[in-house]
Write a protein that binds this ligand. Structure first.
Ligand SMILES: Cc1ncc(C[n+]2csc(CCOP(=O)(O)OP(=O)(O)O)c2C)c(N)n1
Length: 188
């Protein structure tokens, strides 16, 4: 095997087999690559590579289907949870997840997001909140923090002008269809 490790090495780290060898296009420091890796480690560990279907968003992770070595379906901007709903209902034995940024899940897709969770669809929604629209040039998103500088809030987000950050995860956790909601940082 090409990647075989010599006997005198103790292997402490390797890329999950469920990731392709395609080089990531993400900017240095971006968290998408970390989340891709952690997600695919779980798929590998649970041995569900052939049973997992991911729904890619529009946003920086639009090319997720090039990196995740599982069946993937692209969705229109914000519609990933609606597409995931359809896929899961047609193929109930598959593990279905959507993978969405904050512009996708909490701006253009707010309605789909809320109704998908409220219906209690049996899917996983992975929400990558970097507090900006990354792909289109770092514009303010609903989740942009107060005082945060973005390309469309150059003096920082001010609540009196632009409104408060949308706490979409807190909001979703209140809905009866939400089974498990958790938030994590990926910086450590
Ligand atoms: C219907 C539609 N509206 C707007 C856009 C432009 N657009 C592309 S990506 C994006 C926002 C992406 O931000 P986010 O979902 O937070 O993902 P990130 O790029 O930060 O990972 C927008 C507004 C589009 N592609 N389609």
């Amino acid at each position: 095997m090409e990647n075989e490790i010599p006997n005198d090495y103790e292997l402490v780290y390797c890329k999950p087999s469920t990731l392709t060898d395609t080089p990531l296009h993400y900017c240095p420091g971006c968290g998408h690559g970390i989340v891709h890796k952690v997600l695919m480690e779980v798929v590998e560990e649970l041995n569900i590579q052939d049973k997992t279907i991911g729904i890619a968003p529009v946003g920086c992770s639009v090319f997720a289907y090039n990196y995740l070595n599982i069946d993937m379906q692209e969705a229109a901007h914000g519609r990933a949870s609606a597409v995931a709903t359809g896929v899961k209902r047609v193929l109930p034995d598959k593990f279905v997840f959507s993978y969405q940024g904050d512009g996708d899940l909490a701006a253009i897709g707010t309605s789909e997001t809320i109704h998908t969770v409220n219906r209690g669809e049996n899917i996983l929604m992975i929400f990558i909140n970097n507090a900006i629209y990354g792909m289109t040039g770092g514009q303010m998103a609903p989740t942009t923090l107060l005082g945060q500088v973005t390309s469309t809030s150059p003096y920082g987000r001010e609540a009196s002008i632009i409104g408060n950050p949308l706490k979409i995860t807190d909001l979703l956790a209140q809905l009866p269809g939400a089974y498990y909601v958790s938030r994590h940082s990926i910086h450590n």
